[in-house]
Design a protein around this ligand. Structure first.
Ligand SMILES: [Cu+2]
Length: 505
């Protein structure tokens, strides 16, 4: 569509809106909820030739965002971005060969001003195996730059575009097979600031969701290759913020203080899933859905399409951990789509009475990391795994998996969840526990003289060495008889048919 036609349509749409509400359209700063023709026209424009000396864009790695451009004239901005293919952790003890823009997933954050002329240099590292290119959704022109930027390993290409529209835009690789390049992490965000800049806030962060497809199961240790079939079927193994489980938790959590404003630039690289982006315990004071210009207010969950982005702002009132999730909630707790914003400062009991959210929502993910689990996995691979390492790993995993029911101290809950501590049922046949964890348990059981008639679902999210480590921890804790299980024993127990539902005791 030609630019003038776009302007006419935009203006007509805005007039229709103003007519419906019956209110006169006031001109307020662009970026606020304002659909007036003047505001919309100002969101798309040329502003003339670049002025002054060319500027080299500051690029940042997630979760950081470059500083505001702080400029009142259009400039020529030079962006230099290098594609790097590299192996990085995708979860504790799991590695994946990512293809990246700038060495990170998502790629480097780019920030320019509306009206800027961007001279884009795309390099492809000499040790890359694949050619790559870039399609920037902030570019007006066929392919968003993709056709002009096809770059073989060890080469560089250059193209220039004018940032006509303000907004927050996804960029991604568009080299065939496109889905595979995106699934391997080739996406990022470019912010085109409105001419007057964005309203000042205390913190800006860069968060981008993506879905990942590995041949191994979720958290299956070792190097995991890309699984094309799972990707085509849209069955992700991982759904992640910033390309790695734990990228925004523990020591990597985002931070703020109470009584501050936070702006999140939230993108979704896909390749397949749409994100229901939510921050547990916060209400978004302002959202620019789909990265557009008209703002929404008082939003709980905002939908971020694959290949789309949003600007989200909120004020921090009460200290604590706020959990970023894709509210398609199995993705958060079983596929990794989870991050933390840690807010420090004095309590305000008039707004919230207290008690931390961590253990309720997070289980093992509230731990700073799962290092003991990685140590055990590495030791197992090397054939040097000790009982102490299994117990340490099992303790961490127990927190996130079993403790919700059996409690952190193994005491269970009267009449609901049987104890694992000093359990005579467990001691009578320790091996049976492997079947219970892998296949579940239902029907009447008597533990320490009390009868339970309930259901324990199979813990099918755990792999064999995790089950071995958890049970070794349980057997060596709380006055239980001791002992040790290997991964191989669990594999065998899992393969055998489930034991009869209600073993009499
Ligand atoms: Cu690529």
């Amino acid at each position: 569509m030609s630019r003038s036609l776009f302007l006419i349509l935009a203006a007509a749409g805005a007039l229709a809106l103003a007519g419906c509400s019956g209110k006169p359209s006031a001109v307020s700063p662009v970026g606020e909820a304002d659909a007036s023709p003047a505001a919309i026209a100002a969101t798309h424009g040329d502003f003339g030739p670049p002025q002054g000396e060319p500027i080299h864009a500051v690029l940042t790695s997630p979760p950081h965002v470059p500083p505001p451009v702080n400029r009142n004239y259009p400039a020529k901005v030079i962006v230099e971005l290098e594609v790097v293919e590299k192996e990085m952790p995708i979860s504790e003890g799991v590695s994946y060969t990512f293809w990246t823009f700038g060495g990170t997933v998502p790629g480097s954050f780019i920030r320019v001003r509306q009206g800027d002329t961007v001279e884009f240099h795309l390099k492809n590292a000499p040790d890359s195996k694949m050619p790559h290119n870039i399609d920037l959704h902030g570019v007006t022109g066929p392919g968003g730059g993709a056709a002009s930027s096809f770059t073989a390993p060890g080469h560089e290409s250059r193209f220039t575009f004018k940032a006509l529209n303000q907004g927050i835009y996804v960029y991604h690789c568009a080299t065939a097979p496109v889905g595979m390049h995106i699934a391997n992490g080739m996406y990022g965000l470019i912010l085109v600031e409105p001419p007057e800049g964005l309203p000042k806030v205390d913190h800006e962060y860069y968060v981008m969701q993506g879905d990942f497809y590995t041949t191994g199961k979720y958290r299956q240790k070792g190097h995991q290759p890309f699984d094309m079939e799972k990707a085509i079927d849209e069955h992700p193994t991982y759904v992640l913020f910033n390309g790695r489980e734990g990228a925004l938790t523990g020591d990597n959590a985002l931070t703020a203080k109470t009584n501050q404003t936070v702006r999140l630039f939230v993108g979704n690289g896909g390749p397949n899933l749409v994100s229901s982006f939510h921050v547990i315990g916060e209400i978004f004071d302002k959202v620019q859905p789909e990265g557009g210009t008209v703002a929404q207010h008082n939003v709980q969950t905002t939908l971020i399409p694959s290949g789309g982005a949003a600007m989200v702002e909120f004020h921090t009132d009460v200290p604590g951990s706020y959990v970023l999730v894709d509210h398609s909630i199995f993705r958060a707790f079983n596929k990794g789509a989870l991050g933390i914003l840690k807010v420090d400062g004095p309590e305000d009991k008039t707004i919230y009475s207290g008690k931390e959210v961590d253990s309720v929502y997070l289980g093992d993910r509230s731990e700073p990391n799962l290092k003991a689990v990685t140590t055990a996995a590495t030791a197992h691979a090397a054939g040097t795994l000790t009982k102490a390492e299994q117990v340490a790993a099992g303790k961490q995993l127990f927190t996130g998996t079993c403790s919700v029911c059996h409690q952190a101290n193994g005491e269970g809950l009267p009449n609901v969840f049987p104890p694992l501590a000093k359990s005579d049922f467990l001691a009578a046949d320790p091996k049976r526990a492997m079947t219970i964890v892998t296949h579940g348990l239902s029907g009447k059981v008597t533990v320490n003289g009390h009868e339970y008639d309930s259901v324990m679902p199979p813990m099918s999210q755990l792999n064999d060495d995790e089950v071995a480590n958890i049970l070794t921890y349980v057997l060596n804790s709380w006055g239980n008889p001791g002992g040790q299980f290997s991964k191989e024993e669990v594999t065998k127990a899992r393969a055998e048919a489930p034991a009869a539902a209600a073993p009499e005791h």
